[in-house]
Design a protein around this ligand. Structure first.
Ligand code: GLA
Length: 380
């Protein structure tokens, strides 16, 4: 059954009357990793995999919500002390609270949701969930008066304040602002952004999901951020966006070797995003691909957020002549994103699947990327 029909049917069974259906998307990121919380650039796009929810105000002071995929039902109130224990419900609770903290209105509602964004694959299923509810509650209770950037920030603050992940703005931004056939370059300092049409006749973007799961909470993600902040402080700049390789070298002897490697990666990655944008405009996919490999090396060796399986996927891609390949998202598992020539596409998928399976005993999941719209109302 299609996602929407499944949600409609379940909602009616549980809550008797239909509500309104909303969705928001997972994301990819072509390049610009771990740059968002350093005030740098990112280059994401929303994809055709979504979290979808049917929602209806219930006239009560509580939220009643059922997750089809987890097969769990949770109720919670709308005050700070009403926070639920279930992690998935905390995303929704956090969005409600963050809207309220900003002076927005949230009243009780019933909801059923499900999705096809793979969990823990680095495709930002949690941002899709947050953005779906932020968009919906803006529409249902606030007459769409909360602007789109604020909706993204509501999702980000939810991660910070209710889920323990000190993430940047990229995932929620991509999920809210995504536009079919367009990637977006976001300057995470000024928050200026630009759409870049991405439709290639010669190449495809392919995700290879190692199905090694990562959990960003309590993970080294927050530690990476702390390293960057320490170095920025040492350099007397607000974020590493304002730092250069020369500046970094002047404090090399005064910071740990680890902090130095982290900052070095971020400073280099910031430039790579701009180089990739220029190359894309010229249709120079070879340069785009070369930069992607450089990012992978930096993420693996300097930022140390890769893992054996992802390095293996990257090696196989390189060996097969794939134009570009790298680990995508926060790291510690999940997907590689690959820029593959059309005529290599089928062979690449076959060989990478077989070789990974041979080595790790399970097949990776393959997704052809379809750049799609972000948060939206699906049906009244
Ligand atoms: C996660 C975070 C983002 C970003 C990426 C790395 O997806 O949620 O804010 O930092 O990792 O680029």
């Amino acid at each position: 059954m299609e996602l929407k029909e499944k949600i409609r049917k379940t909602f009616l069974e549980r809550f008797n009357e239909p509500g309104t259906v909303y969705a928001s998307a997972g994301r990819i990121n072509l390049i610009g990793e771990h740059t968002d919380y350093n005030g740098g650039f990112v280059f994401p796009g929303a994809i055709d995999k979504v979290i979808m929810a049917e929602i209806r105000p219930n006239g009560m002071e509580k939220v009643r919500v059922f997750s089809i995929d987890i097969n769990e039902y949770v109720e919670f109130g709308l005050k700070e002390e009403d926070a639920p224990n279930e992690q998935w419900a905390r995303y929704i609770f956090g969005v409600c609270r963050e809207i309220q903290k900003r002076g927005g209105v949230v009243k009780g509602f019933d909801a059923v949701f499900a999705g096809n964004v793979p969990l823990g694959a680095g495709l930002s299923s949690s941002a899709a969930l947050e953005s779906c509810f932020a968009f919906a509650l803006n529409d249902l209770f606030n007459g769409n008066t909360i602007d789109k950037f604020e909706l993204a920030k509501i999702g980000q603050s939810t991660e910070h304040n209710y889920c323990g992940v000190m993430c940047g703005i990229m995932d929620q931004f991509a999920s809210v602002f995504g536009k079919k056939d367009n990637l977006m370059r976001l300057d995470c300092r000024s928050m200026e952004y630009e759409y870049f049409p991405f439709k290639s006749d010669s190449h495809k973007l392919v995700l290879v999901d190692s199905r090694v799961k990562h959990e960003l909470k309590d993970s080294p993600y927050n530690k990476r951020r702390e390293s960057c902040e320490r170095v920025a402080k040492k350099l007397g700049v607000e974020t590493l966006r304002d730092a250069t390789a020369e500046m970094l070298n002047t404090v090399k002897g005064e910071i740990t070797a680890e902090d130095y490697m982290r900052a070095k990666f971020v400073i280099e990655e910031k430039e790579r995003v701009l180089d990739v944008c220029d190359a894309l405009v010229k249709g120079d996919y070879e340069t785009v691909g070369k930069k992607m490999y450089e990012t992978h090396d930096g993420l693996s060796k300097d930022y140390e957020v890769s893992c054996e399986e992802l390095d293996f996927l990257n090696d196989v891609a390189k060996e097969l002549g794939v134009t570009g390949s790298r680990i995508m998202g926060g790291g510690f598992g999940g997907c590689t994103i690959n820029l593959v020539k059309n005529d290599l596409h089928d062979d690449f998928i076959k060989v990478v699947t077989d070789r990974f399976n041979e080595k790790y005993g399970h097949k990776p999941e393959i997704y052809d990327v379809v750049i799609s719209d972000g948060a939206r109302k699906i049906e009244d």
